[in-house]
Ligand binder design. Sequence first.
Ligand code: MTE
Ligand code: MO
Length: 448
Amino acid sequence: MNDAAGRLMKAPENFLDAAGIRRVFAQARQGRRDFIRGAFAAAGATAAAPIALGADGDANILELPAHSKGLGQGVASDGYGKPSKYERNVQRRHSPGLTQTTQSSVSFAPLQSLFGIVTPSGLHFERHHQGWWDVDPSKHRLMVNGSDDKIIKKAMVFTMDELMRLPSVSRFHFIECGANTGMEWGNVAVPTCQYSHGMISCSEFTGVPLKTLLDLCGADWKRGRFVLAEGADGSSMTRTIPRSLIDSGEVIVAYGQNGEMLRPENGYPLRLVVPGVQGVSWVKYLRRIEVGDKPYGSKDEVMHYIDLMPGGLHRQYTSTQECKSVVTTPSGGQVLLDKGFYNISGLAWSGRGKVKRVDVSVDGGRNWRVARLEGPVMAKCLTRFNIDWVWDGKPALVQSRASDDSGHVQPSYQQLRAVRGARSIYHNNAIQTWLVQDSGEVKNVQLS
Ligand SMILES: Nc1nc2c(c(=O)[nH]1)N[C@H]1C(S)=C(S)[C@@H](COP(=O)(O)O)O[C@H]1N2
Ligand SMILES: [Mo]
């Protein structure tokens, strides 16, 4: 709760214990029980009533189904497991009409259906500028060269086999397209969190630190302050990466994603992982690294991925994904079936480090409670938060506000627009609001 000055106060009602949860459920079910009791009385059932009531009279628990009596299926024959057929609705989705062709489009991850922090590889969002390829790893090469003969000692060309013999690291990081939530700058534009926030995913990535490769080639650390990364697809994706990011060993030349090789859509067999930085710098189908002494000013950094500011100026090279969060349940398009107990759940992240705290409001930001962060909380990685909520059946405005360990706090739309205007595309990290209507239907809204 906030005190009058808006400071957070200790909220003892923050967590319900088991008894509290039972009490809330019992209250919510009371109406249904009364109905069932009435039905049994009408049927003249007396002795059986207490047992049937204990199970709510549910045939699904009272009768043995076929799968409890018969023989199940043999071991999988197709060798690679798939989700249950009952989960068919959990899919990444694109937005027809958003771009002219599917090759230069986006498919959004179904955040509302995911648990924890890892995005299953088959549901990882996709963003292609010129279509994806299934590149033959035996023919794929990575070249490391310098912008002149002196800036590195020895240009090298690596095969995949050679790269995979080098010392590797595995790390959990999120990747977020700079344009995530970009359609919402001026007004509400999309119905669900899949479309408003689904250009983010989180995986365990495995590969070789880029620093290791640059050291192998004898890069001149004094002059070579920038690196150009280039992809092997038709979009000629090229981005400048400052050496300051590479020095820490964070930037990885990755081949692994969630325990297996990268998926073709995500850059198989090799992509750059640039933790905390917008997705466009995570060059897929990585084929070349050039060490240089100044930023490259490539088309993907001077024409695209610039931030239009109020007054007509624009910002360039704003690549850090700032502190942000979103409630994924309840979220737009979902329906709460009854009042009573709910677990509000969501995701928080920051390109600057670790999520330190997430506050949740159910009254449009008047009062805030501190959510539970699920561990481990890792730097430049998604963090799952949860908080108890008892919905009283009245309209509610559900919000989350993240802060990170660098001191940044997620802004409201008012605060963000005051600085950035409303005509930008990139780096919208404003607080999201979901309106739970009295019907239980959840809608995307913006508070003015
Ligand atoms: N070679 C190449 N790399 C690329 C792109 C691309 O089209 N081609 N798209 C970039 C953009 S804009 C984003 S947001 C991320 C998306 O990565 P994903 O498709 O694995 O989600 O890849 C980046 N790297
Ligand atoms: Mo992107």
